[in-house]
Design a binder for this molecule. Structure first.
Ligand code: NAD
Length: 480
């Protein structure tokens, strides 16, 4: 069986204590590789390697650092198909999604931040005849990047690329549930000629390797994407050590459909925003609010399309819904389906585990599920389910829907469908969400600030925000 290895100091190494964790293929339920169950010793070795690499890495001209990142991007593109297959097997996502979204985006992350140094101006403040102030942005040193299982290589590289571009050295931990593409990335970094110790990838659990990264005194910042409870735990550990923290956490996003929308586009994209990656994207719109005049028509068209979503082997080209990531996660989502029924929801579609034949007989498949008739106050409409379960609710006025949309502890993303420009601006700006899409969903420009309000997180990623997070600003004042 394949044993994954840590990437430390430019080498692929087994865990020092020799312990491994099972890595399960969610489409089959079978263990198909083993991953290092790293501990504080492995993290210490990685931090030491990063510290040793830092002086030379920060001294390298930004353009040269950038060239290495662009080279990694090119190698990801070269290996797109292999990486897409690996992501699909590891996570259960349809191969088409991995091929068109996850892996291309991972390549873009390196290309974008690899060339960033040439795109952003540095700041200076002139007080005429008095002083010139300019801002130097120093790299922090060694930083920690910790990522979740839903978009494995995509989110891992979204952190690593800006951290490296800004001149830091990185100790990174992918989710122990989906470690494979991070392992393959370590091979590509070696091939690209990334200097030893600049990026270190330590595999293992959150309480084990993850906690050791967060606690390590030499790790100056933590960039974390994952669940809100984990984010709170990380903040409790890191804040008293005065570490910089970027926390990208959960969501419970509203999708608001006004009667004047482009109906076909709203229906088609709402199916995607509900069920892409089996609903396991933090940006999925799991609460669909539809203006009453088109509610019944929207419901019928939406359900018709949902019925056409083929649940199947993630590696099959025709599959539109793959497996959920793990048995415990499937059970959690099924628990919410039960809760929706207890809370008075009417099941309009799905609701059942899917048992496939053949290769995928042991996989964690679930029908795309739609409820209506649930109060916006109920738990199903307030808690993050992170699976293929959405609710439909009619509304009558802008104020009513805004109140419901904002009625959760989360504030990550929102979608608004309308042809009325003024309403789009008015409603969009009143939504408690860090990211608002109007007449689209998941359309991303990597220069824009990305992140959530309320319990969806602290700080923003993307573009100059990410480069700022990974640097320490210093003001130099020169008297004129
Ligand atoms: P998780 O919080 O369980 O794990 C995320 C990562 O943190 C994993 O690598 C895990 O090993 C690690 N971890 C766990 N405990 C830790 C600890 N004590 N110290 C350090 N690291 C620790 O989340 P998950 O289940 O992998 O991912 C799903 C969650 O991620 C959902 O809530 C989803 O909304 C959220 N998410 C948010 C965004 C965003 O951009 N806001 C993007 C994707 C996913």
């Amino acid at each position: 069986m394949l044993h994954l290895l840590n990437y430390i100091g430019g080498q692929l190494l087994p865990p020092r204590a020799g312990r491994y964790l099972d890595n399960v293929d969610p489409a089959t339920g079978q263990v198909y590789s083993l991953i290092p169950d790293s501990d504080a010793d492995d993290v210490q070795q990685a931090v030491a390697a990063a510290e040793a690499a830092f002086p030379a890495w920060r001294a390298l001209p930004a353009e040269q650092r950038g060239r290495l990142l662009v080279r990694i991007s090119e190698l990801i593109e070269r290996d797109l198909e292999r990486l897409a297959q690996a992501e699909s097997v590891d996570n259960g996502k349809p191969i088409k999604l991995a091929r068109t979204v996850d892996i291309p985006r991972a390549a873009s992350n390196f290309a974008f931040f690899g060339t960033a140094a040439g795109h952003f101006a540095s700041e200076s403040h002139l007080q005429e005849g008095v002083a010139l102030n300019y801002t130097v942005r120093h790299p922090l040193g060694v930083v920690g990047c910790i990522s979740p299982w839903n978009l494995p290589l995509y989110l891992f590289t979204w952190k690593i690329a800006p951290a490296l571009a800004a001149g830091n050295c990185v100790v990174a931990k992918p989710s122990e549930i989906t470690p494979m593409t991070a392992y393959l990335l370590s091979e590509l970094c070696m091939e690209a000629g990334l200097p030893a110790g600049v990026l270190n990838i330590v595999h293992g659990t959150g309480p084990g390797a993850g906690q050791a990264i967060v606690e390590h005194p030499a790790v100056k910042a933590i960039s974390f994407t994952g669940g809100t409870a984990t984010g709170a735990h990380i903040a409790r550990t890191a804040a008293p050590m005065f570490k910089k923290l970027s926390l990208e956490l959960g969501g419970k996003n509203p999708n608001i459909v006004f009667a004047d929308c482009d109906f076909e586009a709203a229906v088609a994209t709402s199916v995607q925003s509900s069920f892409a990656n089996q609903g396991q994207i933090c940006l999925c719109g799991s609460r669909i609010f539809v203006e009453r005049p088109i509610y019944e028509r929207f419901k019928a068209a939406f359900l018709e399309r949902v019925a056409g979503l083929t649940v199947g082997d993630p590696l099959a080209e025709e599959s539109r819904q793959g497996a959920l990531v793990s048995e415990p996660h499937l059970q959690k989502v099924l628990g919410y389906i039960d809760l929706a029924q207890q809370e008075g929801g009417r099941l309009l579609a799905g609701g059942q585990r899917v048992h496939l034949q053949g290769r995928c007989a042991g996989g964690y498949f679930l029908q795309p599920t739609v409820f209506e008739g649930l109060s916006p106050e109920c738990r199903v409409n307030r808690e993050e389910i992170f699976g293929p379960v959405v609710t439909l609710t009619p509304f009558d006025t802008d104020d009513e829907v805004l109140g419901w949309a904002n009625n959760t502890d989360y504030g990550l993303a929102a979608t608004v469908w309308t042809r009325d420009l003024q309403r789009a601006h008015r409603v969009g700006q009143q939504l408690h969400a860090g990211v608002v899409w109007v007449n689209t969903w998941l359309l991303r420009d990597l220069r824009t600030p990305f992140g959530g309000m309320k319990n969806s997180g602290v700080g923003r990623e993307g573009g100059v925000e990410a480069l700022r997070f990974f640097t320490e600003p210093q003001n130099v004042c020169i008297k004129l």
